[in-house]
Design a protein around this ligand. Structure first.
Ligand SMILES: Cc1ncc(COP(=O)(O)O)c(C=O)c1O
Length: 363
């Protein structure tokens, strides 16, 4: 049995001791039969996690590496970035640094990206974008975006504009249907909802995005989607030396998510943890997320009565509980409670009892 969790930041998340133990298995060469057997478990399970029959891969980098890969493989010229917080702006920074034409549809922090505003923006442009980026779960503000509706708007506008999704802090915590929602690239990191230590990132790629990548001449080598597909097709393996211990952990954890817990049950557990946090903090703090868009994996709170978010985080720490400070330009005004990965509702309730004491003390 794992120890109870006292760690509530929005990643890297607390990891079950059974998963940590996987990482101590003997090292093997990544071209060996032993490692290929690990990949033979990971590949189909990733497809099940993303809910796709198209392509799903894993790379040894953090999520940001794959956000860059999505742009490099899929955007020859222009991209529309939808933003509503610090992490969704990362797409802008990446595309800008690559010298691409980048437009931004900017929503106030705390709001979700509005499908109607997206439709209006797309209709007002004369040229077609190569891609639109969407951040499923904005980890700075605790907002979950309606990716299904936003992707539908993009599809209705142009069948040749790809939908690139950052699901770094939503995959395995919130419903995500890669094929049914018509997504083209979707990226997540190991250290968030999947519940594995940092060191790997996973991604799904549509046939359409593969075709786009095939027509892209200058995309570097390390993140070329075609390299990932080639190595999968030829040997059921990865193109470059992987972070082997993290892959051991990933194989075991995917098994746990899909078959021991079940994906729908996992989503329901996250919703229950979110609801408990919102209910128990309501008298003392307001969620930054607009009504109906509160994330199931992280809650960003604005304390009432002028209480200092930093003092709350520090008092929780002195009680043995780690919650997170704010992020980006709302750093000093907010604090965040991560409720993603393998935490239980009981873990969250224990933490909330301590938080109640902290609120009472600072009254
Ligand atoms: C929504 C979102 N996107 C991107 C990132 C960056 O991911 P990584 O640190 O794995 O590169 C994070 C990290 O917190 C995130 O929450």
């Amino acid at each position: 049995m794992s120890d109870p969790c006292r760690y509530f930041i929005p990643g890297p998340v607390w990891v079950r001791s059974e998963v940590l133990a996987e990482m101590t298995r003997p090292m093997v060469g990544h071209r060996s039969g032993e490692f290929r057997a690990v990949m033979a478990r990971i590949f189909p399970d990733l497809k099940a996690l993303f809910r796709t029959t198209q392509h799903a891969f894993v790379a040894s980098c953090s999520g940001t590496g794959l956000l860059e890969a999505a742009i490099v493989n899929c955007v020859p010229r222009s991209v529309l970035v939808t933003t509503c917080g610090a992490f969704s702006e990362r797409w802008y920074s990446i595309a800008n640094r690559l010298g691409l034409e980048v437009d931004r549809l900017e929503l106030e922090w705390g709001q979700a990206v509005d499908p109607v505003r997206l439709a209006d923006h797309l209709a007002s442009r004369r040229h077609r974008y190569d891609a639109v980026t969407i951040t499923h779960n904005e980890t700075s503000t605790g907002v979950i975006n309606d990716v299904e509706a936003l992707a539908r708007v993009v599809r209705e506008h142009s069948s040749d504009t790809l939908v690139l999704v950052d699901a770094v802090s939503s995959l395995a915590s919130a419903p995500l249907e890669f094929d049914a929602w018509g997504l083209d690239v979707c990226v997540a990191s190991s250290q968030k909802g999947i519940g594995v230590p940092p060191g790997a990132a996973v991604f799904a790629v549509s046939e359409h995005a593969m075709e786009r990548s095939a027509s892209e001449k200058f995309k570097g080598m390390y993140f070329d989607f075609l390299e990932f597909r080639k190595h999968f097709d030829e040997s059921g393996n990865v193109p470059y030396t992987p972070a082997v211990p993290v892959y051991y952990a990933l194989a075991a954890q995917l098994e746990h998510i899909l078959r021991a817990e079940g994906l729908e049950a996992r989503w329901a557990r996250h919703r229950a943890m979110r609801d408990a946090v919102l209910a128990k903090t309501a008298a003392h703090a307001d969620p930054l997320a607009s009504n109906g868009h509160e994330s199931p994996s992280v809650t960003t709170l604005v304390p009432k009565h002028g209480r200092s978010p930093r003092a709350i985080v520090d008092s929780m720490k002195s009680r043995g509980f780690t919650v997170s400070g704010g992020y980006g330009r709302i750093k000093d005004d907010t604090f965040r409670i991560g409720h993603m990965g393998d935490l239980t509702l009981t873990d969250v309730e224990t933490m909330l009892a301590a938080l109640e004491e902290v609120f009472d003390e600072s009254r």
